[in-house]
Write a protein that binds this ligand. Structure first.
Ligand code: FAQ
Length: 289
């Protein structure tokens, strides 16, 4: 395997795994405050799924010769990237709906093509992940639909969530094609099957009519259907915000890393106890044999 191909995969898969793990935090914030028992059970299952996705992806990256521990250390040291979107706060219950609808929606758009990427372990991990993300997207849309059909206060909450999550979701697809340093090579290697801008456009084309169905307004005065191209035209993306978040200066970057660091510290005794138990079992089995 060419070394540059291996390194590119390690970079993308480990970033993806970190995104899933850090991505548990914004929604985890609402587990104890979900409005009904059903919503709470569904949200717990969703957050647990994201943790599972992280585990499959770390396993896929390990097939390329990197240790999980090394990837975790890179995350905790702040040297590894994870998706910009998870550095925004979840202020109301409607944010849980907006994340499912928009963030999982964007993730599916980006990840379905990865099921056909050139590296088998990544492609195979993606098949199950995409099926689960599809449930997640629907649960988010269902929350938004309930709020959009609810009281004026609930409708306002749904609108506020869409207004805050729209642009960060659009930025999830990464820099524009002219700025993206990895797209051309990753397309040649068939790691990426579509460019960032192609996926962003597909997402907007699918999501704009969904917002209309919900009776909500997308916060982009330039968003309009263009008959000639058969696509929605949209306004300028504020790339300065994107770059600030990538540099660690988003609204929640520090809080997210701090949460991961304290989880690592607080879970240390559990990992050590589990390892000691496994060792004891192994020794007993050896003695019995
Ligand atoms: N945030 O040249 P490109 C999810 C970085 S999972 C942060 O375009 P590339 C599930 C990029 O890494 C969401 N960094 O790079 C869920 C590179 O930095 P580097 C994650 C970003 O790799 C839902 C630099 O900018 N999904 O949501 C971002 O060809 C709900 C230059 O960019 C994946 O990771 C960004 N948004 O394309 C969980 C999917 N965009 O490494 C919980 C797989 C770009 O040179 C709740 N990944 N960068 O230091 C990919 O498809 C690609 O890696 C892209 C970036 C499209 C993210």
């Amino acid at each position: 395997m060419p070394e540059a191909y291996r390194q590119t995969l390690i970079r993308q898969i480990s970033q993806h795994a970190h995104s899933e793990i850090v991505g548990m935090l914004p929604e985890g914030n609402w587990i104890s405050r979900a409005p009904t028992l059903r919503r709470k059970a569904v949200l717990i299952a969703k957050v647990q799924d994201e943790g599972g996705h992280g585990m499959y992806l770390y396993s896929a990256a390990e097939t390329l010769g990197i240790e999980r521990e090394q990837m975790l250390q890179q995350l905790l040291a702040g040297t590894a990237k994870y998706s910009s979107i998870f550095n925004y706060p979840t202020l109301t219950w409607a944010d849980v709906g907006a994340i499912g609808w928009l963030v999982d929606g964007a993730a599916i758009m980006n990840q379905i093509p990865i099921c056909r990427c050139s590296y088998g372990p990544y492609a195979r991990a993606m098949v199950r992940i995409c099926k689960e993300e599809s449930f997640h997207q629907r649960q988010g849309f269902e929350i938004m639909l309930a709020l959009a059909r609810g009281t004026p206060a609930q409708q306002a909450m749904a609108q506020d969530a869409l207004s805050r999550w729209w642009w960060p979701s659009i930025m999830m697809f990464g820099p524009s094609d002219t700025e993206s340093k990895h797209t051309a090579q990753s397309m040649r290697w068939k790691i990426k099957r579509f460019t960032n801008d192609e996926l962003r456009q597909k997402f907007i084309d699918i999501t704009a009519p969904q917002a209309k169905f919900l009776g909500l307004r997308i916060p982009d005065p330039d968003l309009a259907w263009d008959e000639a191209s058969q696509h929605f035209k949209f306004g300028e993306i504020d790339w300065s915000e994107f770059h600030a978040v990538l540099k660690g200066n988003g609204p929640c970057n520090r809080e997210r890393l701090e949460a991961r660091r304290s989880a690592q510290e607080n879970g240390r005794w559990v990992r050590e106890a589990a390892a000691a138990h496994a060792e004891k079992q192994r020794a007993r089995a050896q003695q019995a044999a």
